[in-house]
Design a protein around this ligand. Structure first.
Ligand SMILES: [Zn+2]
Length: 668
C-alpha cells in the first residue's frame, strides 16, 4: 500500500443513494460552471468508494497513456511528478506498474485496462531497437484489454500496426528487423489486444476506418443479465502530417463530429454506457489529481461532445490532470489525462444501473494514481524489463559494418562536413529504395529520388544528425548497431517528393538569412554525392546561388524541370525552416530514419569518408566576403539539465508546418 493511492474518501451518505437530476445539478452549483477543481474528481458528494453499493454494477476503468515504450522509468524530470495537493512522487516503470495494477484490480469483477495511445514507438532504446516488440510483450503481460492508436502507432505504417504488432507477421527479416525472441524464448506473438481509431481513414475514402472505430465490452448484473459498454477511440487530428507519423495515404476526421457519430451509433445499438478514449489532450494545471484553467483541443471537444458519453480519457499532451467537466447538458463527467512514460494510472469507477445499463453519473469517481516505485516490483514484468535490457546491451554492441575513417559534424567554410555528406548519401539511398510492403499508406507512386538534401544545422528545429561517427581503431573500425542508431535519426521517415529546379535553387538560397543585427547566418544543407554546387560569398542572402553553378549528376540545374528529391519528412514539412521544400508534390514515404540508417550501414559494408568537395564557396578571399555564421545550438535539455529524447526535441523545436495560434503545443 502506498501513500495517497486511494481517492479521498467521502463519508458514505446512505440516506440518499438515488439523487434526482435536479438535486444533482444543485449539488454541483457554481463549481461546474467554472470547471470543477479539486482532489480527486468526484461527480458529486454522493460518489462514494466503489466497493459499497450493491444496487449497482460497478465497473472499473484503468488506463495509462503515452507509455512510449518506457519499460523502465524515463530519465530526468519525467520521473518526478506532483499532485494530491503539492506532494511529489518518484514514478515510472512497468514492473511497479504491474504491482499497482494488481492492487487496484483486487476484488474487482469488472475491470478494464486500456490506453488512449502512443503505447509504443521508439523513444527508449531497449524497446525501439527491437521494433517496439518489448512494449507489446509488457502490455500483454499487464493484461491490456484494448488500445487507442495514437499518432505514434502510425510511425511505421498501418500494415506494421495491424499485420505485425497485432498479427505478428514478420517483415522483412525475422530476428533482424522484427520478430525477436521474447523473454520466454518464444517468437514474437503479437498483441493480445486490438488497436482502434474512429477517425483515421484512407485518404479519399472517409467512410472506411483503417482500424475498428470502437469496441464493446460486456459486464453482468447480479441476475446474470449482460450490460454493454462502448469505447470510442480517436487519434490526434492531423496525425498523417506529423513528421513521425507522416502517411500521405491517410487522413484524420474531425474529432468531435466523429465521436458524436459513433456515440449515436452505439446508443442506437442499445449500448448503455459510452467512454471516449482519445489521443488528443489538454493542459489543466500542475496537480495530477485536479484540474485548473483547462485549455486545448480535448477541452473544446469535452464541452461540446455528446452527453451520451460518460467519461473522456485523453492523452498525447503528456499532461496530468483529473477533473469533472459538465457535458452539454450540465452533467459532470470525468475529463482526465494520465501523464506519460508510465507516470500515472488513471482509475475511473462507474456505477451502472442494472435495469438500463446506463451510468449513474452522479456516482462516478476518477483518480490518478502515481506509479510509485516504493512497491515490490511485479516479478513477471521485472523479468521482461531485465531480459530486454540485456538484449539491448548485446544488440547495441553488435557489429553491422565497418568505417575506414571518422565522420564528423565539423563543417568547413562552405558548410560541408563528412557526417553531413554521409547523411545526405544515406538519404538518397533511402529515398531510392524499392517499395516496401510495410509502407502501405502511400498515395503516390514510388519514384526513386535523384538527389538528397539534409539540414545539418537548421535555424529552427533540429537536424536528423545526432552525433559523430568516430572510427574506433581498437575494434578495427567496427560500426555497431548502437553507434549507428545514435548517430542518425529522430524518428521520422525519409520521403521522396517531386520538386522543381527552382525550388531546389530556392532552398539552397534559404540557407542564408540576415539576422536582426545585420549578421549573415548560414544553415547549411548537405547534398548527396552526385551534387556539386558553388555559392558566391560576396553576394547578399537570397542571391548567392546561380542555378548554372548547381550540378546534379554533372548536369546544370534547370529551374523549369522537375526533380525527385529525398529529405526527412521533417524538412518537407518545413519544420526546419526551408520553406521552398514544403511545396513538394507526390510525396512517397520510405523507411523511418533509425531503421533506415542501420540498414544503410549494413548494405554499405564499409563506410568511407569522402573529400569535402561537394560545395564550393566562391570569392572567399575577397574583401567583404562572408560565408555566414552557423550558431552552435545546444541540444534541447529538460529544466534539470537532462537531454530530451530526440523525437521529443525534434517535435518541440520544430517550426509548425502551418501557422498555429500561440499557446501550448503537445510535445509529440
Ligand atoms: Zn501522441
Amino acid at each position: 500500500m502506498t501513500r495517497n493511492s486511494h481517492p479521498t474518501t467521502h463519508r458514505p451518505d446512505r440516506s440518499s443513494p438515488h439523487l434526482g437530476r435536479r438535486g444533482f445539478l444543485t449539488a454541483l452549483g457554481t463549481a461546474a460552471a467554472t470547471f470543477a477543481t479539486g482532489v480527486p474528481a468526484h461527480a458529486t458528494e454522493h460518489a462514494r468508494d466503489a466497493a459499497s453499493a450493491a444496487e449497482y454494477v460497478d465497473v472499473q476503468l484503468l488506463s495509462i497513456t503515452d507509455l512510449h515504450g518506457y519499460l523502465q522509468a524515463a530519465p530526468g524530470p519525467h520521473a518526478t511528478i506532483s499532485g494530491n495537493g503539492g506532494l511529489t512522487y518518484t514514478v515510472g516503470g512497468v514492473a511497479p506498474m504491474a504491482a499497482h495494477l494488481a492492487r487496484l484490480r483486487a476484488g474487482r469483477a469488472n475491470s478494464f485496462f486500456f490506453t488512449p495511445g502512443d503505447a509504443f514507438s521508439g523513444w527508449e532504446f531497449d524497446a525501439a531497437a527491437f521494433a517496439d516488440e518489448p512494449t507489446i510483450e509488457a502490455l500483454n503481460r499487464m493484461g491490456l484489454d484494448f488500445a487507442t492508436a495514437g499518432n505514434h502507432e502510425f510511425d511505421k505504417s498501418p500494415a506494421f500496426l495491424r499485420r505485425h504488432m497485432e498479427q505478428a507477421v514478420t517483415f522483412p527479416v525475422e530476428g533482424r528487423d522484427t520478430t525477436f525472441a521474447d523473454s520466454s524464448g518464444a517468437r514474437f506473438q503479437g498483441a493480445r489486444f486490438r488497436f482502434h481509431s474512429a477517425n483515421v481513414v484512407r485518404a479519399g475514402d472517409p467512410g472506411r476506418t483503417v482500424l475498428p472505430a470502437y469496441n464493446i465490452e460486456t459486464v453482468r448484473t447480479a441476475a446474470g443479465q449482460e450490460l454493454r459498454i462502448g469505447f470510442i477511440h480517436l487519434t490526434a487530428l492531423g496525425t498523417e502530417s506529423f513528421p513521425g507519423s507522416y502517411q500521405p495515404g491517410l487522413a484524420t476526421l474531425a474529432e468531435t463530429a466523429t465521436a458524436d457519430r459513433y456515440a449515436a451509433e452505439l446508443k442506437a445499438r442499445g449500448v448503455g454506457a459510452i467512454i471516449l478514449s482519445m489521443h488528443d489532450g489538454a493542459v489543466a494545471g500542475a496537480d495530477f489529481n485536479s484540474g485548473t484553467d483547462p485549455s486545448g483541443p480535448a477541452l473544446d471537444l469535452a464541452l461540446r461532445v455528446s452527453p451520451d458519453i460518460d467519461a473522456i480519457v485523453t492523452g498525447h499532451w503528456h499532461t496530468r490532470f483529473n477533473m469533472m467537466l459538465p457535458d452539454p447538458d450540465g452533467v459532470p463527467r470525468p475529463f482526465v489525462e494520465a501523464g506519460c512514460y508510465g507516470q500515472l494510472i488513471n482509475e475511473i469507477n462507474l456505477r451502472l444501473d442494472p435495469a438500463t445499463g446506463k451510468v449513474v453519473r452522479e456516482l462516478t469517481v476518477s483518480t490518478n494514481h502515481p506509479n510509485t516505485r516504493d512497491v515490490a516490483p511485479d516479478p513477471a514484468l521485472k523479468e521482461v524489463v531485465d531480459y530486454w535490457a540485456g538484449q539491448a546491451a548485446a544488440r547495441d554492441a553488435t557489429r553491422i559494418g565497418t568505417q575506414s575513417g571518422s565522420f564528423l559534424r565539423t563543417r568547413n567554410a562552405a558548410g560541408e562536413s563528412t557526417m553531413g555528406d554521409l547523411a545526405a548519401d544515406w538519404a538518397l539511398w533511402a529515398g531510392s529504395r524499392p517499395s516496401d510492403p510495410e509502407n502501405d499508406a502511400n498515395a503516390h507512386p514510388n519514384v526513386p529520388a535523384q538527389l538528397a538534401l539534409v539540414a545539418t544545422a537548421p535555424r529552427v528545429g533540429v537536424t536528423v544528425i545526432a552525433g559523430d561517427l568516430v572510427r574506433d581503431a581498437e575494434s578495427g573500425g567496427a560500426v555497431t548497431f548502437g553507434r549507428a542508431w545514435r548517430a542518425v535519426g529522430f524518428g521520422d521517415p525519409i520521403v521522396s517528393a517531386t520538386v522543381t529546379g527552382q525550388q531546389i535553387h530556392d532552398a539552397l538560397e534559404q540557407q542564408w538569412t540576415t539576422a536582426a543585427g545585420g549578421e549573415l547566418l548560414f544553415a547549411p544543407l548537405a547534398v548527396s554525392g552526385n551534387v556539386r554546387y558553388t555559392f558566391d560569398a560576396l553576394r547578399p542572402a537570397g542571391d548567392r546561388v546561380d542555378p548554372a553553378e548547381v550540378f546534379i549528376d554533372g548536369v546544370a540545374l534547370d529551374p523549369a524541370r522537375s526533380y525527385r528529391l529525398a529529405c526527412p519528412s521533417y524538412t518537407f514539412l518545413a519544420n526546419d525552416g526551408y520553406a521552398a521544400l514544403s511545396e513538394g508534390r507526390s510525396p512517397y514515404r520510405h523507411q523511418r530514419d533509425f531503421e533506415s540508417f542501420v540498414a544503410y550501414v549494413r548494405e554499405s559494408g564499409t563506410l568511407t569518408p569522402a573529400p569535402l568537395n561537394r560545395v564550393t564557396a566562391a570569392h572567399t578571399t575577397r574583401r567583404g566576403a562572408d560565408t555566414g555564421a552557423t550558431p552552435d545550438r545546444a541540444p534541447l535539455l529538460h529544466p534539470d539539465g537532462t537531454p530530451m529524447a530526440r523525437p521529443e526535441a525534434a517535435a518541440l523545436a520544430a517550426a509548425p508546418a502551418h501557422p498555429t495560434p500561440d499557446g501550448p503545443r503537445p510535445p509529440c
